[in-house]
Design a protein around this ligand. Structure first.
Ligand code: URA
Length: 308
């Protein structure tokens, strides 16, 4: 399966206020018109949003040294041009020696430190999947059911892992990566990563039920509250619910605690990333800026901390 078009860029601040979904936003069922056959609909171009030439990879070919700015950019910290600023600004050392010289080359096994943090170029991949129903959020399944890895068909050539999990029948935004440190931080409660779900319920929730969700409901593993709940603008039995924790089946259990049942569940925002116009079952690579923003959110060495 090919990657789909890039979505909208996430906002600068993950914890911004989300407005209620607009009737024609990406997570709405699109009205179908007569004669609007599949073949008739315009096919979207699918491409990787980051041109191959812009992807920074560092390989020490036959132990040849590489330019220091390229090395730093490949560690995901910033662009090469910004790495030059760091170098000239005296923020970079190699094997304990401050380097301010433009064009300095790093040899294999040398230790590069930027602003007190050791950096290493890695060939990380970050995939944003619009998970379809009936897929399991694991890398393999002993019952041979379709997994999210099957959906992306190992298109990156690298082993990637889902960041957190969505239930089999939950659709929407799932991040997959081989960047263990970032994944770990995104899943760690201390970083308070916001997830927003569009929840279709078996009944129209009352104002009182929405208040219960906001105030917190008691689950078997403790109190769980929705950071924000908004009614859908047009669909009476749909709400948008933001949560910070990621406990198992949390949304379904919270809805059950207020006496209702989830009919369908779709994650529309994760850590400031939005699905945009990524279609069900499609995936795309994150853009560089999206990766930078995730690093910022999880307090990994990033452009902001480096004042770039
Ligand atoms: N909450 C649920 O109940 N299920 C999911 O898949 C995600 C959040």
């Amino acid at each position: 399966m090919k990657p789909d078009k890039p979505g909208r860029r996430p906002s600068k601040k993950q914890n911004r206020r989300e407005s209620a979904p607009k009737p024609d936003s990406e997570d709405q069922p699109k009205p179908r018109r007569r004669g609007d056959s599949k073949a008739g609909r315009r096919k979207k171009r699918t491409h990787d949003p980051v041109p191959e030439s812009k992807k920074t990879e560092v390989r020490f070919e036959k132990d040849e040294p590489v330019r220091l700015n390229k090395y730093i950019a490949a560690a995901g910290v910033c662009s090469r041009r910004e790495a030059d600023q760091l170098i000239s600004g005296g923020k970079v050392s190699v094997d304990g020696e401050l380097v301010t010289e433009m064009g300095f080359k790093v040899k294999p096994r040398q230790k590069v430190v930027v602003d007190g943090h050791e950096v290493q170029p890695e060939e990380f991949v970050y995939i944003l999947l619009n998970k379809p129903k009936n897929t399991i959020t694991t890398t393999s399944d002993e019952k041979d059911r379709t997994t999210v890895i099957d959906v992306i068909e190992n298109a990156t050539g690298k082993r990637v892992y889902p960041v957190g999990r969505l239930d089999r029948n939950t659709t929407g935004l799932l991040l997959l990566t081989n960047d263990g440190e970032l994944a770990h931080r995104l899943m760690h409660p201390s970083y308070k990563i916001r997830k927003v779900y569009q929840v279709e319920t078996d009944q129209i929730l009352t104002d009182d039920q929405l208040t219960q969700l906001r105030n917190g409901v008691t689950l078997e593993d403790g109190l769980a509250r929705a950071y924000k709940v908004d009614r859908h603008q047009t669909l009476a039995n749909v709400v948008r619910m933001s949560i910070i924790e990621g406990r198992n089946h949390q949304v379904k259990r919270m809805i059950s605690a207020i006496g209702a049942e989830v009919m369908s569940l779709k994650r529309v925002i994760y850590a400031g990333l939005t699905i945009g116009d990524l279609r069900n079952g499609k995936w795309r690579n994150l853009t560089r800026n999206e990766v930078f923003e995730l690093r910022q959110l999880t307090k990994l060495l990033d452009k902001k901390s480096l004042k770039l």
